[in-house]
Design a protein around this ligand. Structure first.
Ligand code: ARG
Length: 230
């Protein structure tokens, strides 16, 4: 359906990450996940088509800035720093940072225990900043791809992973049950937002309206339940 005289486009290029379970990941050759379902529901609600493009996380915000992408969903934390270069929707998901260590690790039980350690995370993520700013003497070992992050802990080249709580929890539940465990608490609460190339105010407000509608009519809950329900 057309955009009925508004300034909206018929199709928007939407960037997402190649792998960030359970928000976006490839299954049987197709991208699936919470972010994918959410943007499809929003696009239906507002009335636009999406062209999905996936790239490593650290390429997403630069791609919005250069105009390669219009919109991005990738579990992107809303920060003041990022607001200088992109716009954000209202928050759509509450998360935070958590620690994962090898199942037989007895020494690391909290953030204090990460001092001077090698901590694996994803390139360009809020956890990489957190490690550099808040954990004395720790080395942030940053990887381009998700599997490399967990593999680093599994093969002992990193002492721990510090990454987004839903990702650490989901990875351990689905793949890492025998090798990894989560320890400590939620460090640094964060909220995810849909990011936009600047200069699309009408689109941002339409997306916010759609998000509110989906939260009211139960569709958001359905999607949440699908990916995070027991
Ligand atoms: N929430 C963190 C951030 O915004 C990490 C996001 C990672 N997302 C991803 N798709 N790899 O920096």
């Amino acid at each position: 359906g057309g955009s009925g005289g508004s300034g909206l486009k018929d199709t928007y290029t939407v960037a997402s990450d190649t792998s960030f379970v359970p928000f976006e990941f490839k299954e049987n050759g197709e991208y699936v996940g919470f972010d994918i379902d959410l943007i499809n529901a929003i696009a239906d609600e507002v009335g636009f088509e999406i062209k999905l493009e996936t790239t490593n996380f650290d390429g997403i915000i630069p791609g919005l800035q250069t105009g390669s992408f219009d919109i991005a969903l990738a579990g992107i934390t809303i920060t003041d720093e990022r607001k200088k270069t992109v716009d954000f929707s209202d928050p759509y998901y509450d998360a935070g940072l958590r620690i994962g260590v090898s199942v037989d690790n007895k020494d690391i039980n909290s953030i204090e225990d990460l001092k001077g350690k090698t901590v694996a995370t994803r390139l360009g993520s809020t956890s990489a900043d957190y490690i550099k700013k808040n954990i004395e003497g720790a080395e942030a070992s940053q990887f381009e791809q998700l599997d490399q992050v967990y593999l680093a802990v599994e093969n002992g080249s990193a002492d721990a992973v510090l990454y987004d709580s839903p990702n650490v929890a989901y990875y351990i539940q689905t793949k890492g049950e025998d090798s990894l465990k989560m320890v400590g608490e939620l460090y640094q609460a964060e909220q995810y937002g849909i990011a936009f190339a600047k200069g699309q105010d009408e689109l941002v407000s339409k997306v916010n309206e759609a998000l509110a509608t989906l939260k009211e009519n139960g569709k958001y809950d359905e999607i949440y339940e699908k990916w995070f329900g027991e």
